[in-house]
Design a protein around this ligand. Structure first.
Ligand code: ASP
Length: 311
């Protein structure tokens, strides 16, 4: 198989549109960036500009995209949505076309509505230099969060060499999680078929019910990678009430049930964590946790992606 030398698209909307070799090539670029001093990478894309449009809350993703841009010399403007003209009734398309007219090379977009970034791709945005304006999906509704999926795959690869030989458990609110969707796609592309999901029935999406484990113990047994997910409260119906103590008892990870996984298993969480609900502090801060490593890799993988898209 030949290795493509680019991602084949000026955009990243979902992981499904990437091939295994696209992902591996992105990982190689990430490895290169890891060993490149920032004072060097700063020169790579001087004069280019990006706009981060976050219509939903974010700590890790927004900051890491901003740092990734800065470390490549890309000027990144984060629009303060609360003070933008969308609040004055301007349509989303008019806002985007206005911003695009300012010679933007890249939009990084997070939105509560599914598929909005794909809609932007369909508008065929071209900037003042007659160049396609790239679009990166930084999370759309409960649909996709491709850069989180990629940084998680990259983190797994740091610990486990062969994706086809591992068992992965994804536990918690899988149904409302865009991270789970991107990860499921990404793991399959990389060759992982041994995936088990666990959570209350109504929190496992219908099409993935066949992957549901019989119990927390069954999901964790012999696992190489355990991925814990937060309850996506912002996407639940208002009348759904959750007892967090009860949730922890049945679906939370702690030192007692982590013992069912392999001794060298890694524990991941995309953040933000709710300690004492889906994960105990002892596990979150324990030796098997890769949570801060994921954050660190998040900047690097986004740097690699932006570098590839703008190159
Ligand atoms: N930060 C991730 C997201 O934006 C996960 C989460 O919020 O639970 O989807």
């Amino acid at each position: 198989m030949t290795t493509p030398k680019n991602i084949n698209s000026p955009h990243l909307i979902d992981i499904k549109s990437m091939s295994k070799s696209n992902i591996e090539y992105l990982f190689e670029t990430t490895d290169t960036l890891k060993n490149t001093p920032i004072k060097e990478s700063l020169k790579w894309h001087q004069g280019r500009s990006a706009m981060a449009l976050f219509f939903e809350n974010s700590t890790r993703t927004l900051t890491s995209f901003q740092l990734a841009c800065q470390r490549l010399g890309v000027d990144c403007t984060a629009l303060n949505i609360a003070h933008s003209s969308t609040q004055k009734g301007e349509s989303y398309k008019d806002t985007i076309e206005t911003l695009n007219a300012m010679q933007t090379d890249l939009f990084i977009v997070r939105h509560p509505k599914n598929h909005i970034q794909q809609q932007m791709v369909d508008w065929n945005l071209v900037n003042c230099y007659d160049k396609t304006t790239s679009i990166i999906n930084a999370g759309d509704g409960n649909n996709q969060h491709p850069t989180q999926g990629l940084l998680d795959l990259y983190t797994i690869k740091q610990h486990i060499k062969d994706f086809s030989q591992i068992k992965v458990a994804i536990i918690g609110d899988v149904k409302h999680s865009r991270v789970a969707n991107s990860l499921l796609d990404g793991l399959r592309i990389m060759g992982t078929s041994n995936i088990e999901l666990y959570g209350p029935d109504s929190f496992i999406p219908e099409p993935a019910q066949s992957l549901k484990a019989k119990s927390m113990q069954a999901a964790l047994t012999d696992c190489d990678v355990v991925i814990m997910l937060r309850i996506q409260k912002e996407r639940l119906d208002a009348d759904i009430k959750i007892d967090f103590t009860d949730w922890h008892q049945h679906y939370g990870l702690n030192n007692d049930n982590l013992k069912f996984a392999k001794r060298e298993a890694i524990v991941m969480h995309p953040g933000p964590m709710n300690r004492g609900v889906e994960i105990s502090s002892e596990v979150a801060d324990g030796a098997q946790s890769t949570i801060l490593e994921q954050v660190k890799n998040g900047v690097l993988i986004r740097q690699a992606l932006i570098h590839r898209l703008l190159s």
